[in-house]
Design a protein around this ligand. Structure first.
Ligand SMILES: Cc1cc2nc3c(=O)[nH]c(=O)nc-3n(C[C@H](O)[C@H](O)[C@H](O)COP(=O)(O)O)c2cc1C
Length: 560
């Protein structure tokens, strides 16, 4: 990497440095140190635990209903049971897979290499007991997906709990996300920072979908400083080693304000510093577990990226509404239950190269990535879409194979037009619903390109389509390098929506983090470095791997 002091330039240099190229992949460990594979579950040893009920099965809501405007699904009370449903259907386990001696967990949120760098925390006011479930004391809790339990990191003592509770609008709480970079850099080296951010994006969308099932609103707090996120979640306390133990560092990413919407638009952002101050006075309970006995190789660039993209306190970003759209397209399988679909989501490992997708399913899948005001999942982000899928259509009935672009924000047309190959057709696809801004750029078979661009992964050419997510770094980027994380979060959210919609179409998706950035730009005839691709994806008809057996996610639940 070229050395410069400017944080924005350093982030751009990282992006360049972490590209995979045909003759050289981004610097990584070269081999996998299996003996020191990071433990996939963080726990705080010694912290008091709170078992969460397993009740997602009881959620009657249909998947299609998640996309209805806020208020359509009656909002659940915030209590232990509803917190349990939210966590079970977002960061919870969806199954265990067994092959020979190996057994590994899958979760509702996917993760590059199934390494799961994202950790979840809830910051709650005092929650009353309800039915057979006890109440929850005011404080900060870490979620352990393996056991579906909360670990009590910080409890506000009697006198302070009242002041703490007053900082929460009625029926609302905070959900914090963090990343343990080591989990990803153990396998992916310098490229790990990208993957951690994409995984955060997947978690965001998973949380938004699950919260919609409870009739809750979720908003990303864009104002709080990363420093306060770290303090509030107890990730580092006054120079003491992380969590008081020798666990690998965990980086603060973001806070979400979650819950019933009746309290109007009161943002908790201005209260975060106060909450962090109160929480920071400790004591914190439990010590973060060590994930790998030994770290053979260190990846300082990934840690440096975390520093460079830390956000200072910012004015809250105003919600920037997108142009109004007609109601979402309805699919064939409109009656599948949300909990069933969310838990059946998997990554396709191999696709049937002869399968076709029906065009009406393609329109529905693309439609789900367009933001509708007041509707999940896109109401979580205040900004207008910055990520545009460039789609290589291989086999969709009635749609010519070729290279297409979905303009998720019509205002981006001119910029893209000027940046991509001057010979592209930009012809609006006439057979698709009028409101879908889907453009044919160039007809022709793209399977071979998809294969090579995706690090020679056959899923990209055997799928019915494959796509790359193009973004323009916004003008304010060099001065505000934390936007780098936000771009990845949005790309991860697009990926997550595609995963769920693929399942709804009777197909399967797979996120593709391994791609050759510049080869994709070559295909697009890209003429500007402002545009970069952040994430790739493929979708197809899955071929089952009969060698694996599936076990239920939790001992008291049935395998989905
Ligand atoms: C950001 C990201 C990048 C990924 N990249 C690839 C990839 O390049 N190739 C692949 O086969 N799977 C890829 N996957 C899929 C993961 O391997 C998969 O999510 C993980 O093994 C967990 O399995 P599940 O999605 O079935 O829960 C990726 C997933 C994510 C979230």
């Amino acid at each position: 990497m070229n050395v410069t002091d400017d944080p924005g330039q350093r982030v751009l240099a990282y992006h360049e440095h972490s590209k995979h190229r045909p003759d050289r992949y981004a610097p990584g460990p070269g081999h996998l140190d299996w003996a020191n594979q990071p433990e996939p579950f963080r726990t705080y040893v010694g912290a008091k635990c709170l078992s969460l009920p397993l009740q997602a099965e009881r959620l009657e809501v249909l998947f299609a209903e998640l996309y209805r405007p806020l208020g359509t699904i009656p909002a659940a009370e915030v209590n232990l049971a509803s917190l349990g449903v939210l966590l079970e259907l977002s960061l919870g386990l969806s199954a265990w897979k067994v092959y020979g001696e190996s057994r590994w967990a899958l979760r509702c949120n996917p993760s590059s290499g199934n390494l799961h760098p994202t950790e979840g925390y809830v910051v709650v006011p005092t929650l009353p007991a309800s039915g057979r479930d006890g109440g929850v004391e005011a404080g900060v809790y870490h979620y352990v997906s393996r056991d579906h339990r909360l670990e009590q990191r910080r409890v506000m003592p009697g006198g302070e709990a009242e002041a703490w509770d007053r900082l929460f609008p009625p029926g609302q709480f905070l959900f914090g996300l963090t990343s343990i970079h080591w989990r990803e850099s153990w396998k992916y080296g310098d490229r790990a920072f990208r993957y951690c951010q994409l995984d955060v994006g997947h978690a965001l969308s998973a949380i938004r979908h699950a919260a919609a099932g409870l009739g809750w609103q979720v908003r990303l707090l864009t104002a709080p400083a990363t420093r306060d996120v770290v303090r509030l979640l107890g990730l580092a306390t006054g120079g003491v080693r992380f969590g008081g133990g020798d666990g690998e560092p965990e980086h603060g990413e973001l806070l979400l304000q979650v819950g019933r919407a009746e309290s109007g638009g009161v943002s908790m952002s201005p209260r975060v510093a106060g909450l962090a101050e109160m929480a920071g006075q400790g004591p914190w309970m439990g010590q973060a577990n060590r994930l790998s006995r030994r770290h053979g190789m260190e990846w300082p660039l990934v840690e440096e990226m975390a520093e460079l993209t830390r956000q200072p306190w910012q004015a809250e970003m105003a919600v920037s509404a997108s142009p109004p759209l007609p109601p979402m397209l309805v699919g064939e399988s409109g009656d599948v239950r949300a909990a069933t679909l969310i838990r059946q989501r998997r990554s396709g490992q191999a696709f049937d190269a002869r399968a076709w997708l029906e065009s009406r399913e393609l329109w529905r899948i693309l439609d789900a990535t367009l933001p509708r005001s007041g509707c999940a999942p896109w109401d979580l982000l205040p900004w207008r879409p910055r990520v545009m899928p460039v789609v290589m259509i291989h086999r969709v009935r009635g749609v010519e194979s070729g290279l297409y672009l979905l303009l998720r924000d019509p205002e981006r047309l001119e910029g893209l037009w000027g940046a991509l190959d001057g010979n592209f057709l930009w012809s609006r696809v006439s057979d698709c619903p009028e409101h879908l801004p889907f453009y044919l750029l160039r007809p022709g078979n793209c399977q071979e390109s998809a294969y090579w661009i995706s690090c020679q992964q056959e899923i990209a050419s055997d799928g019915v389509l494959s796509l790359g997510m193009l973004t323009a770094f916004p003008a304010e980027f060099p001065a505000w390098p934390w936007i780098y994380r936000q771009l990845y979060w949005e790309a991860g959210m697009v990926g997550h929506t595609l995963y769920l919609e693929a399942e709804r179409a009777g197909m399967r998706g797979t996120g593709i983090g391994c791609f050759l950035d510049d080869m994709f730009y070559h295909l697009l005839g890209l003429r500007s470095e402002r545009f970069q691709t952040l994430y790739h994806f493929t979708l197809g008809s899955p071929l089952a791997d009969t060698r694996l057996t599936t076990e239920p996610p939790y001992s008291s639940s049935a395998a989905p």
